[in-house]
Write a protein that binds this ligand. Sequence first.
Ligand SMILES: [Fe+2]
Length: 391
Amino acid sequence: MSPTAVSQSPVLRTTASHKSAIAPAIPAFVPPPVTTAEVTWADLETIDLQLLDSPDPSVRAQLVAATKKALVEDGFLFVTGTGVTDETLNRHLAIAQYATSLPLEEKQPYAADLEAGSYEGYKLRGIWAVRDGVKDNIEHYNLESSSFDPGFQHPDALRPLIPEIKAFAEHTYKFVVYRILKLISLALELPEDYLWALHDHDKIIGASCQRYMGYFPRGDDDDKPKDIYIRGHTDYNSISLLYSQPITALQILAKNDEWKYVRHVPGAVVVNTADALEFLSGGVFKATRHRVVRPPLDQADLIRYILIHFARTRRDLPLNPIWESPVVKAAGTNPFQDRIDAGGKAPTQDEWLRERIRRTGNSYAPSNKGGSGVNNKVEEEILGTKVQYYT
Ligand SMILES: [Fe+2]
């Protein structure tokens, strides 16, 4: 497999001339102060992507070892050296703020076809059952490579912002995702471009989804299910990238079944492993369980705007373990083995994605009912394997 050359431009800046040429004025995003609440933070590794360019092989080797340790132990890590300035980041958080604040009638015609298993467009607020009859309080505008095709329909208010969004999403994919996949390939003792070659790179952001999102506050009425903004889950793609922002609400499920908060690291991207990488690594790198809860009191009334990039493998890729990896060969298993033994095949990224999106927030799915045990765990069988949800 020989990967297509990728953009190596290390810095994405939104310069004044760039802005005036293509970008309209929209309300600025004003970063809120970080919380002063005392919470239990997860102790996560930070990886500097710039060290990948070090001429010293021992520096690169240490970086790969640190990545592997973080992926095996936590499945979450902070990545710095992304080339995205604070100014650019705040501009895109302003776009998230703007996109989610448009009147409902402007957004409605662009609602995503969730029943077809696609997020492209708006996921509007209050259409998912979170649990026990409580509806969701989140909204997002999702862009895929096709969203940047000439003639693709966006709300009028967003259309002038699309070139900026495209530059940001493309940089995230072709610079940040590319480099993280390099590190993960090396951690699996594979050629450094191996995982990138399993991702579609002929399009602007391959098969990725670039999301502009807002979590809207809920009143404090002691209704416990309402404290959970998104139930504990794994993501459906290969790796997820969340640009760190100041509101404390993301938690990961640590080894002892304890939820720990992910702290804000200015300038970093929070990376987590997702289902497709778990399957490709034969379970060596587990998809991480995470959830979103009501922020601490000093932030509970704020809207939490976030930017997420869900990197996905090529849509037609069957999600079988990469047996060429000595690490996978030594410790991996195929989660779809029963299905294969019965004459079936592992699902492709496309099949997995569509099935999981279709089920998300649907009241018929077991994942939206209560569970049992410490964290109300619910198991749901999907395409021959099991996924878990938690309170
Ligand atoms: Fe998630």
